[in-house]
Write a protein that binds this ligand. Structure first.
Ligand SMILES: Cc1cc2nc3c(=O)[nH]c(=O)nc-3n(C[C@H](O)[C@H](O)[C@H](O)COP(=O)(O)OP(=O)(O)OC[C@H]3O[C@@H](n4cnc5c(N)ncnc54)[C@H](O)[C@@H]3O)c2cc1C
Ligand code: FES
Ligand code: FES
Length: 486
């Protein structure tokens, strides 16, 4: 049994845990405001807000309910567009009307839900942030400018929001219905009841038998790839597993839980301090709701040759911890540490047994002598998967490269750690000659194929350009594009 609060109502669902929340909302709870567009996380018509108790406050994140397993919403607060309705239009709804941000209306609930997330967050909302909140919502009618204007109005109105108590402020100022004020207390009670098993009918059953269960985290790859079978699958979800959460800095090492998402990385002040460009780099990965769901471990184990997070962490020369949970329950039977680059043996062929859970990823923090960069080329700048992507980490001794790690996606059957190129760079001086000579090594090391994202030749050219881009970005004082391509 999965228990959660849906808008203002307590819900207990006996449906299989692989059922997506979208189907529960529409077909069991008969709330048709949440729309079905693509069922692949692309359009945002099914967006809901998912509230989770953190200490004594509730933190909300937008997610696409078409990819959200019932297993992943246990003990949470789910907000659909109906849960935002009041006697009169909310300021978000009003701004959409005033700016003609809606035409056929199909996408509108998704936009309203995403924008209403700004009322619930403790962040200071700027026009930029409000626009970013809707980066996972697609509209085929309005042309976006009117919706962007509506987002601007909301950002303006939320300037006075109390960062310490955004929900209280938003309720008091008519942005949210009054029941939001009581959600923290209700979630806390729900969590106590579920822990003590004291709420008859709402207690979640034991995890299913292990022989045919499917391991899931955010589900953003699994539901797209195995849409038809996921609903009936027995699931073991690690999405809310606290042991796989958190970002910890220990000495010169950073350890990140396997179930952390891209937006968890962005929310870490320490990580952002070590990677000043992290925001620009991670905004190239999917969209806000998918960045709230897709996990690092999911990206690594999915083993797509163009997985952005995989390419990012390969260049950090990361280690991973794989924990054997074939016993079905914690405590673990054992665990082993290995290099992320050792995980990939061939196309979707991993050095990992089916019972092993990737619990964490670790890497050495950048120092003053470190240079790191990530680049991605796709057909669209945002909300698109890469044609080719690449990352680089260099450790410098003055002008000389002491250590190098280069990775590239879309140029081999696996997310590729460019071992030969990395070795070649060590001991070399940062110069045009070094970069051009390294390109030769890269070309011998990769084996792109022609597919929908481009011909093999085009991908070689793209990687060359991305390799140039690394050096232009990291050493703007030393390089010009003109000299590099000469
Ligand atoms: C609309 C959309 C846009 C996307 N855009 C991008 C993009 O720009 N860049 C990009 O790289 N990806 C993109 N993706 C793909 C996806 O979001 C990422 O790969 C994501 O990181 C997958 O994580 P997940 O938690 O959702 O994985 P899941 O779907 O839950 O799982 C994927 C695989 O990993 C396994 N797994 C999950 N957790 C663990 C664990 N802890 N240990 C062992 N195995 C585990 C699962 O069993 C499964 O085999 C996009 C997806 C969608 C739907
Ligand atoms: S239906 Fe399109 S994102 Fe869910
Ligand atoms: S108003 Fe028609 S899809 Fe957006």
């Amino acid at each position: 049994m999965v228990s959660f609060i849906l808008n203002d109502a307590m819900i207990a669902c006996a449906e299989p845990e692989g059922t997506v929340l979208l189907d529960i909302i529409r077909y069991k709870q008969h709330l048709p405001g949440t729309k079905i567009g693509c069922r692949e996380g692309d359009c945002g018509a099914c967006t809901v807000l998912v509230g989770e108790l953190k200490g004594d406050r509730v933190e909300y994140r937008s997610m696409t309910s078409c990819l959200l397993a019932l297993a992943n919403v246990h003990g949470k607060h789910i907000v659909t567009v109906e849960g935002l309705n009041m006697d009169t239009l909310s300021p978000v709804q009003q701004a959409m009307v005033d700016e003609s941000g809606t035409q056929c209306g199909f996408c509108t609930p998704g936009f309203v839900v995403s924008l209403s997330g700004c009322c619930l967050s403790k962040e200071t909302v700027t026009q930029d942030l409000a626009t970013r909140a809707i980066d996972g919502n697609i509209c085929r009618c309005t042309g976006y400018k009117s919706i962007e204007r509506a987002a601007g109005i909301i950002a303006d109105q939320l300037k006075k929001k109390d960062a310490k108590d955004p929900i209280g402020w938003s309720v008091k100022n008519g942005f949210l219905p009054t029941y939001f004020s009581g959600i923290a207390e209700r979630l806390s009670k729900l969590s106590r009841d579920l822990r003590s098993g004291g709420l008859a009918g709402l207690v979640r059953s034991e995890p299913p038998a292990r022989y045919n269960e499917r391991l899931i985290a955010g589900g953003t790859d699994l539901y797209v790839q195995k849409h038809d079978t996921m609903h009936r699958s027995l699931l073991r979800s690690v999405f809310n597993d606290d042991a796989l959460k958190g970002i910890r800095i220990a000495g010169d090492e950073c350890i990140i839980g396997g179930s952390c998402t891209a937006n968890d990385l962005l929310a870490s002040k320490e990580l952002v301090a070590h990677f000043p460009n992290l925001e620009n780099q991670l905004l190239l990965v999917s969209s806000t709701p998918i960045r709230n769901m897709g996990t690092l471990a999911g990206n690594f184990v999915n083993a797509s040759p163009i997985g952005d997070l995989t390419i990012f962490f390969l260049a950090l020369d990361s280690t991973i911890v794989l924990e054997d949970r074939t016993g079905g329950k914690l405590p673990a039977q054992g665990n082993r540490r290995s290099m992320l680059k050792e995980l990939y043996k061939g196309y979707k062929n991993l050095d990992r047994s089916p019972g092993e859970i990737l619990t964490s990823v670790g890497f050495k923090l950048p120092t003053k002598s470190t240079r790191f960069n990530f680049e991605k080329v796709s057909k669209r700048t945002y909300l698109d998967i890469a044609s080719v992507n690449s990352a680089i980490r260099l450790e410098l001794n003055g002008d000389v490269i002491r250590e190098a790690h280069v990775s590239a996606g879309g140029v081999a059957p696996i997310p590729k750690y460019l071992a030969n190129t990395s070795t070649f760079l060590v001991g070399k001086t940062i110069s045009n000659e070094t970069v051009r000579a390294a390109i030769q090594v890269i070309n011998d090391e990769i084996a792109p194929i022609s597919d929908v994202r481009g011909t093999a030749e085009y991908k070689r050219l793209l990687l060359r350009q991305l390799f140039f881009a690394h050096f232009l970005e990291l050493f703007p004082e030393k390089f010009t594009l003109k000299e590099l391509v000469a």
